[in-house]
Design a protein around this ligand. Structure first.
Ligand SMILES: Cc1cc2nc3c(=O)[nH]c(=O)nc-3n(C[C@H](O)[C@H](O)[C@H](O)COP(=O)(O)OP(=O)(O)OC[C@H]3O[C@@H](n4cnc5c(N)ncnc54)[C@H](O)[C@@H]3O)c2cc1C
Ligand code: SF4
Length: 310
């Protein structure tokens, strides 16, 4: 049976949501398309309908409302650095966005798409031919996780590079769906299940990412990857400290969801480093070995705490 493939380009948010509900059984929103299209060509996304939201201009603005900065979900990663409020208040977000992929991809890729890009694993992000030859895995209808040999859980890596910085400064997400607008803590949309890594309803559109202004803090961002350009993360760290010494450590690339540790910095950071290493469910599904990535958590966090003292 040949299934009809559809591409729809709605003119308004309401129309996009309406079309999404009509195709709720098999559709995907597409913004910059830099994640979705690769997954389609590799056969790891088999949805039949693409709903292109890239023309929805109201999602492309950055504005201040009261004590909050609202970044439209379709703002391109490359454009974040042009905004003076982000430059002044959240320079680590610019650094994180600049670490994603390559210059050309960042001119297309959006921040909303970055927060929802698919988890990755070296045994899954392969051609269908490759995956078939190893007998598939839990994330693609096989019955065993090739990385761990287990049969119960998938540990595909959470790879968004902007999310750790955003979570470390307590970002919120404003979404819109048929039942209206909702606000979520960004941290809470990630499930920790490598097969279904997010719990946002599929038909919801991210409208804004909301950041608190007038709460001075400093963030140190770091990313481990084989090559400075193009490669996805093997470990991303963001450490934020505010004026009263409250710290929030967020790790990406070492667990199916962002690993978050919070506390008060009064003296040694060793306790927090140990907690971060213990909480990360790192498995051998990356270019670098599990043990190297675990050890690099310590190295990056020690360096971050040193830099925060300066
Ligand atoms: C070679 C290469 C290297 C890459 N390297 C990195 C990297 O280093 N770090 C990294 O984080 N990513 C990387 N990526 C992945 C990707 O480019 C980025 O994550 C990018 O930010 C995704 O944004 P997009 O707009 O292209 O998303 P899309 O591909 O358009 O969408 C991604 C997901 O988000 C959903 N979505 C998008 N916008 C919305 C919205 N407003 N509301 C609801 N759902 C939405 C889509 O339905 C889809 O599920 C890389 C990709 C490639 C091809
Ligand atoms: S972690 Fe295991 S189940 Fe998940 S994608 Fe990788 S091999 Fe497949």
């Amino acid at each position: 049976m040949i299934t009809e493939k559809k591409y729809i380009r709605p003119q308004t948010i309401d129309e996009a949501i309406h079309v999404a509900h009509d195709h709720h059984h098999s559709f995907r929103y597409i913004a910059g398309g830099t994640d979705v299209m690769v997954n389609k060509f590799q056969g790891t996304d088999e949805t039949n309908c693409l709903i292109d939201i890239s023309g929805l201009d109201e999602l492309k603005e950055i504005s201040v409302e009261g004590n909050a900065l609202k970044i439209g979900s379709l703002v391109r990663l490359d454009d974040l650095k042009k905004n003076e409020i982000i430059q002044k208040n959240f320079p680590a977000l610019i650094e994180a966005a600049h670490s994603v992929a390559s210059p050309m991809l960042r001119k297309t890729a959006t921040i909303g798409g970055n927060l929802l890009c698919e988890n990755r694993c070296s045994f899954f992000n392969q051609s269908d031919w490759w995956r078939e030859s190893v007998g598939y895995c839990l994330k693609c209808e096989g019955d065993v996780c090739i990385a761990t040999g287990g049969t119960k859980a998938c540990f595909s890596k959470f790879v968004s590079d902007t999310a750790p910085v955003l979570i470390s400064v307590n970002a919120l997400l404003e979404t819109i769906d048929r039942d209206g607008t909702k606000i979520f803590s960004l941290e809470n949309i990630y499930t920790g299940d490598g097969i279904a890594p997010r719990n946002l309803p599929g038909t919801s559109i991210i409208r804004h990412i909301i950041l608190p202004l007038h709460q001075p803090c400093r963030t140190i961002f770091k990313k481990l990857r084989p090559r400075e350009a193009v490669d996805f993360t093997s470990l991303t760290t963001a450490v934020t400290v505010n004026e009263s010494g409250k710290i929030k450590i967020v790790l990406g690339g070492v667990d199916p969801k962002p690993v978050v540790i919070e506390g008060i910095l009064n003296g040694s950071s060793e306790e927090y480093i140990k907690m971060a290493m213990k909480k990360s469910r790192v498995v051998d599904n990356d270019f670098y070995s599990r043990s190297y990535r675990r050890e690099m958590i310590r190295v990056f966090l020690e360096q971050s705490f040193e830099e925060l003292k300066k």
